[in-house]
Design a protein around this ligand. Structure first.
Ligand SMILES: Cc1cc2nc3c(=O)[nH]c(=O)nc-3n(C[C@H](O)[C@H](O)[C@H](O)COP(=O)(O)O)c2cc1C
Length: 137
């Protein structure tokens, strides 16, 4: 089965409460471990940026489920493609919070230093996520 990587941006939904991050990470890590998915989630209290890596069927199924979650909205696919190796193989779902993000990294891959994944190229979003690996929980 092919390995693929999917990256999307989304906006926090009306039903979202800050404490939801913990339950999102808990079920993401449990389900992803079961389905061989790895990746990273970034959240700055307004926007999410997430990368999912794994088999094509596992990533597609997971993304279908994520798309129906009302804790976020306006999902925008930034990148999807086959890959020869994972970038986040050590994490069932790494997490980078607003407090951990550095403006220097955001500016390196965006037109401004404010985190706005909708304005990023798919390639830049992946580079930013890779740069954040050292900050991940
Ligand atoms: C921003 C965001 C990212 C999510 N990422 C994942 C994920 O990587 N894997 C996953 O299984 N569920 C993820 N979820 C949760 C799913 O939408 C869904 O609630 C969950 O998979 C349901 O599984 P459970 O019944 O085991 O909790 C995410 C939800 C949100 C809002």
């Amino acid at each position: 089965m092919f390995l693929v990587r999917l990256i999307y941006a989304s906006t926090v939904g009306e039903s979202f409460k800050p404490s939801d991050i913990e339950s999102i990470l808990r079920s993401a890590r449990k389900n992803n471990r079961q389905h061989g998915i790895t990746g990273m989630l970034c959240f700055n209290s307004r926007y999410f940026l997430q990368c999912l890596e794994g088999s094509r069927s596992a990533v597609n199924d997971c993304f279908s489920l994520i798309q129906t979650d009302t804790r976020h909205r306006s999902l925008m696919l930034l990148s999807y493609g086959e890959i020869s190796q994972r970038a986040f193989s050590s994490w069932e779902m790494a997490y980078v919070s607003e407090q951990a993000m550095t403006k220097r990294s955001v500016l390196q891959f965006s037109t401004k230093d404010a985190f706005d994944p909708y304005s990023m190229l798919g390639d830049s979003a992946l580079s930013l996520l890779a740069d954040f690996r050292q900050l991940a929980e």
